[in-house]
Design a protein around this ligand. Sequence first.
Ligand SMILES: Nc1ncnc2c1ncn2[C@@H]1O[C@H](COP(=O)(O)OP(=O)(O)OP(=O)(O)O)[C@@H](O)[C@H]1O
Ligand SMILES: [Mg+2]
Length: 310
Amino acid sequence: ANPETANIPIIFVTGMGQVRDEALGFKLGAVDYISKPISIPTVRARVSTHLALHSQNRKLEFQYQIKNLELIGKNAQLVQEIKEREKLENSLRESGESLRKLTDHLQSVREEEKADIAREIHDELGGTLTALKFDTAWLAKKLPSTEQTLLDKVNDMVRLVDASVATIRRIVTELRPTILDDLGLWAAIEWQVNEFSKRTGIKSSLNLKNNQYQPSQHQAISLFRVIQESLTNIVRHAAATQIEVGCSYDNNVVRLWIKDNGIGLPGNFTSRSTSHGIRGMYERIESLGGTINIEGVMDKGTTITIKLPT
Ligand SMILES: Nc1ncnc2c1ncn2[C@@H]1O[C@H](COP(=O)(O)OP(=O)(O)OP(=O)(O)O)[C@@H](O)[C@H]1O
Ligand SMILES: [Mg+2]
């Protein structure tokens, strides 16, 4: 149909009164009919009714179009918002990722620095002390046995030098646990815990047997550092008389725990505190994709449990 005339309402005027004729008229596109004989007022009334109907229809259609446009606009806005949200989530994920990488990097820089310091101490102080030890031993031999006071003094000096050598060895080993490379993680932990007991008088029990898991170097150094910090914390804060260090390995998960029978954690303890020891533990374990849990019971002690997927 011609679009210009398509919307003009057609009223047919008829002398035929059969239902069939009416139906045919409507089918051909009429909107109404007027039977003959026609009266002018009827025609006027019908025409104005249809014009009013038509303009009402157009108004409705117009409103519908507007609503439709509004909906389309809202839809586009929603799509845009979803896109922006996705972008935000992506950049959040990315910055989390780079933060983890940075932490990792910082940890390895720290390990390298520690290794440097260890080498300096070992080479500089270690050498000097060894020379001193030889000299004092030589002095002790040269002194006549009649000079008892001098002899006692020199022997004291030998003992002091020996103690210093042992201290330096301990510091160097803690700075750079080459024992990890030599013995592997589990033997190194055993050695560390035994040294700890000897030094502090705190009894220890070890439960590291039946453990077949061979950690990567990164894992080994992280776990070893966590053990070191836990032991230091026990000496400094726990007032414990007994500790237990154990590990297990099943279902591809390594579990490692350090338990003491000390005073438990302070009431205001949070794992994300500003102190560095425990924060560092979290960072190390989380950068390996593991979890760490620290639980204290007042006057019963504290247990640290680490779980590491392998
Ligand atoms: N085994 C423990 N028994 C009782 N309290 C503990 C134990 N380990 C940690 N704490 C408490 O948790 C706090 C935080 O420990 P964290 O190692 O983070 O810090 P720190 O030892 O005080 O200082 P640093 O940063 O030198 O390690 C400690 O100050 C202490 O109060
Ligand atoms: Mg600490």
